[in-house]
Design a protein around this ligand. Structure first.
Ligand SMILES: Cc1ncc(COP(=O)(O)O)c(C=O)c1O
Length: 418
């Protein structure tokens, strides 16, 4: 693909990455071991996969998926508004034990946001989005605003609670509910929502409500693997949580957790994507039941500990190699700040040539000028892989001389769109 420098920044970033053959890659392996992928004949350790606990290859999930396909076929072709397989009921009951609150399955987190948000919010409410809340939430809010022009929607600086409090005080007298929309774990920089401070604000402002997308927080943290956000806030009457079941949980689909049964029923009855879209496949539902059962057993804690150990080794290796990480490495997502798209593509390509696959991230996935390498840690990787990756990045940074030393990086709050 020809890349013109006159193109829009987003087109340019992806065009450049495509030209460098570091995105849209075709995996040639006929089966996967979880740790490596083969692209263009080269085997690489995969640091771009979000199945953090490695559950996608777990015998119980594979068996659950295959058994459901054998019994129900490849698809059960009807909207849930009419009929659904008993596997749905079984899966939702198990998920309710994990989350301790009414839970609705959705085909994906993105489709779930589109269905759920219009059933929660009305024109008397105000919406405040964190500037870095996931694109799927922002798209759902744009649709909502499209059908309700008077709805008050605004964005504030990333995790800027002073600004949030100021806006709550301004909006409180003119609006019924004030919804603050955030991610639990931010998917690119791997930083986390300031949950404890948000709980304090929830205590103080009784019309504040939270809508939390904890897609990347699921499974590797919390009681029964209920996720990062629930590890600090197990239940709150004014919090609605969305989470992906296609990352740590490894079945596909998404779960929406409501403080009250009535909110769940309203979303299922009236949410467009729940009514007008088909269901999860039997294979996904079978895997979901098996994964939920595993989450409710002690095995989940063993898997969480294994990942925590790898994360600690990567943090140590990153420190030893002075990697310019955007956020403290407290989640399985780490981001090495580079800045320029071209330099980032070059580094990602050099790492691939050394047998290490990481995600190249540039605008609009991250703010303009904040391109970098996004690394995900999973239980499939070895501890040695952590040290090999950190050392290789350091060597390539030195060779390319592009990254600022630690201490010169802007704090994550500053990495916001202008
Ligand atoms: C925070 C967050 N929310 C939502 C999504 C979209 O998830 P889904 O593929 O289930 O629509 C992603 C994508 O990975 C994400 O990172």
């Amino acid at each position: 693909m020809a890349v013109r420098t006159t193109d829009q920044p987003a087109t340019y970033a992806f065009g450049h990455a495509l030209e460098q053959q570091i995105i849209q890659l075709n995996i040639q392996d006929e089966s996967l071991n979880g740790r490596t992928i083969t692209v263009n004949g080269r085997e690489m350790v995969n640091f771009g996969h979000c199945s953090y606990l490695g559950l996608e290859l777990h015998p119980a999930l594979r068996a659950g998926s295959m058994d459901a396909t054998t019994r129900y076929g490849t698809v059960y072709s009807s909207s849930r508004a009419y009929t659904s397989l008993n596997l749905y009921k079984e899966a939702e009951q198990l998920l309710e034990q994990i989350f301790g609150a009414p839970t609705l399955l959705a085909n994906s987190t993105s489709l779930g946001h589109l269905g759920v948000l219009p059933t929660l919010i009305d024109s008397r409410d105000a919406l405040i989005m964190d500037q870095q809340v996931h694109a799927s939430v922002q798209t759902a809010v744009a649709c909502l605003k499209g059908s309700n022009a008077t709805l008050h929607v605004e964005k504030i600086k990333h995790s800027h609670l002073e600004m949030l409090e100021h806006r709550i005080q301004k909006l409180a007298s003119s609006h019924q509910k004030i919804w603050y929309l955030i991610d639990g774990v931010y998917s690119m920089f791997g930083d986390v929502a300031p949950v404890r401070d948000l709980l304090r604000l929830l205590d103080h402002y009784e019309n504040l409500h939270l809508y939390v997308d904890d897609a990347h927080g699921m499974s590797w943290k919390g009681l029964h693997g209920s996720g990062f956000f629930q590890s600090l806030c197990p239940y709150h009457p004014r919090v609605v949580m969305a989470t992906s079941l296609g990352k740590g949980f490894a079945s596909g689909g998404a779960a929406f957790v409501f403080p009250e049964e009535a909110m769940k029923h309203r979303a299922q009855l009236l949410g467009g994507t729940f009514v007008f879209s088909g269901p999860l496949s039997p294979a996904q539902l079978g895997a979901c039941v098996a994964s939920a059962q595993l989450h409710l057993s002690d095995e989940i804690y063993h898997l969480q500990n294994t990942l925590r150990d790898r994360m600690a080794h990567f943090a140590k290796a990153a420190r030893a190699n002075r990697l310019p990480l955007v956020a403290a490495p407290e989640t399985p997502i780490c981001f090495v700040a580079i800045g320029q798209t071209e330099a980032t593509c070059h580094l990602a390509k050099r790492l691939q040539e050394r047998g290490l696959y990481v995600n190249m991230s540039a605008y609009p996935v991250v703010p303009p000028g904040k391109a970098g390498l996004r690394i995900t840690i999973t239980n499939h990787q070895t501890i040695q892989d952590m040290y090999d990756l950190a050392r290789a990045i350091r060597e390539e940074l030195d060779r390319a001389a592009v990254a600022k030393p630690i201490g010169e990086q802007a704090p994550v709050q500053e990495l916001a769109l202008a």
